[in-house]
Design a protein around this ligand. Structure first.
Ligand code: FAD
Length: 456
């Protein structure tokens, strides 16, 4: 145990777990444990008030699956809450332990088990950029990744994410075929190790780590390309959105990102310099080299002016363009202005541009549009992460209600339970039932699956 604060400060149950898990590496330094008990919940002023200060008592850092089993079994025997953590980049306090206990840092489980044409099997704590670099050696890459690729883990993406860079071609994580299999450890006195394949694997998909500890995953891959980052500037935001829709719908053009961003958000991207002309709305995209000519041909039918083109650079000193997209757009603004927050929207596929224009007209500068074109159920539509000028919780909820009244679905990022953040305000029956069988005492990330009632 690497304990720099006295274990006397631990509750008897947590101390009993630590005594029970042998030489599994553990951290009990209060400051370090507190720091790693956080994620990006502070994006939301509401969650910031609710979750700030919550912490585990100790961190266990398993070296392999046997260590995971040791910690899971000990927590079950001593009735101690167990919250799994990958990179800690979640947005809704997903990895914040609401009831103390042990935080399980999965980042040492980082081996790639195999890569085959079109598929990979990898341990859950693998950093996503590192994984992508390994699969690229054989000409394949992940179909999609979050814009936190450089810091997040692949297990955290499946347990907490929804989609991202690549979803314009392959849809979200929940689309059939985007998760092949998972291996999970149960939280029982004698933990079981389960291999779940196909539809059965969906019980862990975006379940916030409440339905088992994922130790390994099998995922589909796509052909790897040397992506090119491009920016196009427009006088009118709706022209940027219209070009985005045309590009997203152009099946012959190989792309990974199609992101319209309204002015003044680009004024928060100083590092992009002249690529973001004053007052202009942007279309940010990632295009495969062989499709650049077709991309430009399509653009010539629209009004935008291309201001930037460079190979996407993920090296430590660079900033790839995808770190201005997805939830990084909000982060770029929050770095300068802490008076804003955001929403997560899904626009109706059958009237996407009309709906974007309608919502934009309703809110003016209070809700600044940032769209992400994606495939959803086989159709192109856009999700959106608009930047919202925050005033009160009541007004934020009113803004959500107005969106929904106009047919725009909101996945509320200002709540921390699975149910409240979901489309139908309930957790999948399969996930609830599965949890009863693998975590009967409700020790895994307690409080995140609100409707779960412990069996024992
Ligand atoms: P963590 O935050 O550590 O955990 C997320 C959840 O998964 C927690 O509930 C945790 O308990 C659980 N978990 C982690 N590992 C395991 C495991 N091995 N077994 C079981 N449960 C586990 N999300 C997107 O989907 N798309 C985006 O484009 C995107 N962009 C983002 C941009 C920014 C700036 C930020 C702050 C967040 C963004 N997110 C996005 C959210 C988040 O970064 C991703 O979902 C990311 O993949 C989470 O991975 P992580 O390793 O950091 O997980």
């Amino acid at each position: 145990m690497t304990a720099s604060s006295p274990s006397a400060s631990l509750s008897p149950a947590v101390a009993a777990v630590l005594a029970d898990i042998g030489d599994v590496p553990v951290l009990t330094d209060r400051v370090a444990v507190r720091r790693r008990s956080r994620d990006f919940f502070w994006y939301s002023p509401i969650l910031n008030a609710e979750l700030n200060g919550l912490s585990a008592e100790a961190i266990a850092r398993p070296r392999d699956e046997a260590d995971v089993v040791a910690v899971a079994g000990a927590c079950a025997r001593h009735g101690v809450p167990l919250t799994v953590r990958g990179g800690g980049t979640g947005n809704y306090g997903q990895a914040v332990p609401l009831k103390g206990g042990i935080l399980l840092d999965m980042t040492a489980l980082d081996a790639v088990e195999w890569v085959k044409p079109g598929a990979v099997r990898v341990q859950a704590g693998k950093n996503i950029l590192a994984l992508d670099m390994e699969t690229r050696e054989s000409g394949w890459e992940l179909r999609m990744h979050p814009s936190t690729k450089r810091t997040a883990t692949i297990g955290g993406f499946i347990a907490g994410g929804s989609g991202g860079v690549g979803s314009v071609s392959y849809g979200g994580l929940r689309e059939p075929g985007n998760l092949h299999a998972v291996r999970v450890v149960t939280v029982e006195e004698t933990p079981r190790i389960l291999e779940l394949r196909g539809n059965d694997a969906q019980v862990v998909n975006r379940a916030y780590g409440t339905t088992g500890i994922i130790t390994a995953l099998e995922l589909p891959l796509a052909p790897a390309f040397a992506w090119v980052d491009v920016i196009v500037a427009f006088d009118d935001f709706m022209d940027a959105a219209a070009f985005g829709l045309a590009l997203a719908n152009a099946d012959g053009i190989t792309k990974k990102l199609v992101t319209p961003i309204s002015w003044p958000l680009p004024s928060f991207f100083p590092a992009l310099g002249e690529a973001c002309p004053e007052g202009k709305h942007l279309l940010v995209a990632m295009i495969a080299p062989h499709s650049l000519e077709s991309f430009k041909a399509l653009l010539s039918l629209h009004t935008g002016v291309q201001t930037y083109e460079a190979p996407s650079d993920e090296s430590a000193t660079a900033t790839p363009l995808y770190e201005y997209a997805w939830n990084h757009t909000t982060l770029q603004v929050l770095k300068v202005d802490r008076g804003v927050t955001y929403l997560q929207c899904l626009y109706p596929a059958d009237r996407v541009l009309a709906s974007v224009a309608e919502i934009r007209a309703l809110f003016g500068d209070e809700v600044i549009p940032h769209l992400e074109f994606i495939r959803f159920n086989g159709r192109i539509t856009c999700s959106a992460l608009p930047v919202v000028r925050y005033t009160t919780p009541e007004r934020l909820n009113e803004i959500i209600d107005i969106h929904e009244a106009h047919g725009v679905f909101i996945a509320n990022p200002h709540v921390f339970t699975l149910e409240d953040g979901s489309r139908h305000k309930r957790v999948d029956a399969d996930q609830l039932g599965f949890k009863q069988s693998i975590d009967p005492r409700g020790l895994l990330n307690p409080g995140k699956m609100r409707t779960f009632v412990p069996v024992a």
